[in-house]
Design a protein around this ligand. Sequence first.
Ligand code: ADP
Ligand code: GLC
Length: 488
Amino acid sequence: MYITQVGAECAPVAKVGGLGEAIHGLSRALAEQGHQVEVILPKYDCLRPDLIEGLHRAYEDLQVPFYDQWLACSVESGYVDGIHCFFIDPHSDHGFYQRGRIYGEVDDPGRFAFFCRAVLEFLLKTGKQPDIIHCHDWHTALVPVLRWEVYEALGLKRPRVCHTLHNLSHQGVAGEYPLRAVGLDPARLMTSDRLLDRDRPHAANLLKGALVYADAVTTVSPRHAWEILHTDQGMGLQETLHTHSHKLRGVINGIDEGTWNPRTDPHIVQTYGPEYLPGKACDKRQLRQQLGLEEAAKPIVAIVSRLDRQKGVELMRHTIHYALENSCQTVLLGSASEPWIDELFQEIRRHSDGSADCRLILEYNEALSHQIHAGADIMVIPSVYEPCGLTQMTAMQYGVVPVVRRVGGLADSVFDANYSDQAFEEVNGFLFDDPTPAGLESALRRAIRLWFRYPAYFRQLRLNGMHTDNSWSGPAQAYLDIFEGIRA
Ligand code: ADP
Ligand code: GLC
């Protein structure tokens, strides 16, 4: 099958969080199964060109309509971890992708609407007719809309569009301008059964457009597919999701085992695997040295996360206090999405400076994240909601026991050591329900106790996690089945 992935991120060249990892991992898995896969991204100034092999200009003069003008773009191409990637590079004063970051600009709806139109124009002009265009999140939500409303008539008839929802809290809600900018008729499209936002009377909701126009809609775990239909996690889109529920499926993400593999990880001092766990003890010593923590018979309780409301910032804070009160060491690596959250953690960092047991590193740091995985014993993920979550899976891969809230993909991938129906070899962590300190403690207490009192059982949990299949092979097959279904 010929599959074109379209997204705002692709690890490791443009990664903010799990979206970039998911597009990268899925693309690699599909290509490994022999499918023709390409990824189209904006050419951000903050891309990592050093990680792109054979980067060259593949298309010179792509003219893309924007309001009543044509904006000239070039398209560059190269390979990222063996994946064929194309980068759209507009040459206009807007500097759409010259902002030093991927998101967070006031004109994000316009920047990404333009990207959608440019992608389709590129496919049309180069005569590419993929079987499937696979789009992700609100940034690419106008692709299915434009394909149907504009490009079908221009000749882009073959592709069917699958749209994957990674995070419904961002929907691309703006006035009608992004539609007008890319040549769509707001009067026709801004109706309640199409792109009109449910709660804001004059706003276009781009993500809603994807739900209406895509041939298939997926989200990143089966449990989250249920949550968005039946709870407020649908974030205002429940009604639209219900109308289109026949095309909605949940497919859990995998992790890329080339990137997350303690046997080969170049970021860690001692490689290890389930057959050689003592190597992990060496990485734990190294992590302590590197962060200035004391060497002691204590578990390291870690958090690696965006510091965002979604991730349960209050419970992260409680994790730090509770772990320290219960004779553990704690390490947090994260960067905040809002100033008040940053201040919350800066304050803890100031208090813990010089502590023998606690370190907060408030930045984005890929290498350190691998080193924490290698050195830690317990990973806490207390999310308010979590469409999939990758950290619980990467933790397991490194023999770190996850303690997670029972939501979304966390509930689909972590099986409680004490209370699950799974076979003994399949339990791999601890779960809690209530998003409260008491709820968190009900799981974290059990993990910590097990580490201190029953090390052999704790070791077994590590091994169970390391043997859990969190690879992309099953999920990639599930996507292929969906793609086949809409092709037919
Ligand atoms: P989300 O996409 O919602 O942030 P995921 O669990 O799907 O959550 O993916 C997050 C990814 O980003 C994981 O690979 C995690 O290790 C990584 N990550 C998050 N914060 C940091 C950070 N401060 N430094 C390095 N990696 C981080
Ligand atoms: C989003 C979600 C996260 C998911 C990731 C990749 O960022 O918050 O749960 O794992 O996308 O699909």
